[in-house]
Design a protein around this ligand. Structure first.
Ligand SMILES: [Zn+2]
Ligand SMILES: [Zn+2]
Length: 318
């Protein structure tokens, strides 16, 4: 089959072996996939992953148990054991023996076919287009912020970083009625915020007042971390949404001095994301900058790293 493979180097492979689904797994024919920062990080060496990239996708089940066959699906990316202490205590996303689609120990979705545990499958309602469905995974991660840190009306909140994830987090937060400010570097994405009635400011214009109750850091850079800390009031909450390639450079002094609460945040609830997309509460369509065929996947990955593009999608098959 065709696949975008990372193995020391990123390459498009037309002879990659088709996945053989295990007993409890389904085979999904991928129709559309999204490139995110994690994919770009993996190519730079993050997680030491080797294999087919991609974890944001939608497709149709071609092989599996009868109820799933022919259904249009998305999939939870954490493939878990169901037996360890984390799984048993309801924290399956933290399974001690997990593999993660396209990130850790398991081939991903930038390919014609992918094998996925059936327990991970989530049906896509007819109300959602493929282009919306491909955002379910990252949007769920955005909803995880409000699951972990309850946001009330009139709270002073900021998002640092106006990239792919930052724009999703900003839209989720805006819907809570909080007083929201997005801080970013990219004109294009700051315009996106303004168009959606979200106050946005270029980082070069920012004068942090230390008055924010909650700041969500989505930039993934030590500079973004510093800005987030400056925006927060004493005893405020700093939510970290992205991993840092150079975490040694983080200045943690403000965390101690201002007694900040730091919350790490990763994967989130698919149901919330699907509901919001079906009700058209979150605009993902205008985030799509390019749609590229899988055969041009290497080029598509370069585009995704270019700030002129927000979301780059890969069209697979058909
Ligand atoms: Zn992602
Ligand atoms: Zn487990």
């Amino acid at each position: 089959m065709n696949a975008l493979v990372f193995d020391q180097q990123l390459r498009y492979d037309t002879q990659y072996p088709e996945p053989e689904p295990a007993e409890s797994e389904a085979l999904v024919r991928v129709s559309l996939a999204g490139i995110c920062a994690t994919d770009l990080e993996i190519v730079r060496g993050y997680m030491g992953f080797r294999g087919v990239l991609g974890h944001e996708f939608t497709g149709t089940v071609v092989k599996g148990s009868r109820p799933w066959r022919g259904r249009r699906v998305v999939a939870e990316i954490n493939c878990v054991c169901g037996k360890c202490n984390m799984c048993v205590s309801g924290l399956a996303n933290h399974c001690r023996r997990r593999t993660v689609i396209g990130i850790e120990g398991r081939d991903g979705a930038f390919a014609d076919l992918i094998a996925v545990p059936e327990r991970n499958l989530v049906e896509v309602p007819a109300a959602l287009t493929d282009e919306q469905a491909v955002f379910v995974e990252p949007l769920a991660a955005a909803y995880q912020v409000v699951k972990q840190v309850p946001i009330e009306k009139r709270m002073q909140v900021a998002v640092v970083g106006s990239g792919r994830l930052g724009l999703l987090v900003a839209q989720v937060l805006a819907a809570t009625g909080c007083r929201l400010l997005v801080v970013g570097r990219n004109e294009r994405t700051l315009d996106f915020c303004e168009k959606h009635g979200i106050q946005a400011i270029a980082v070069s214009q920012l004068v942090p007042r230390g008055d924010r109750d909650v700041v969500v850091e989505c930039s993934g850079s030590p500079a973004g971390f510093d800005i987030a800390a400056q925006l927060l009031r004493p005893r405020g909450t700093l939510v970290l949404k992205s991993t840092y390639a150079h975490s040694a450079a983080l200045n943690l002094a403000p965390v101690v001095i201002n007694e900040l609460t730091v919350v790490g945040s990763r994967c989130g609830p698919y149901a919330d994301a699907i509901n919001a997309l079906a009700r058209r509460q979150i605009d993902v369509e205008s985030m799509v900058s390019r749609r590229m065929p899988l055969s041009r996947g290497v080029e598509a990955m370069q585009m995704a790293a270019d700030p002129r593009y927000i979301k780059v999608l890969l069209k697979i098959g058909g």
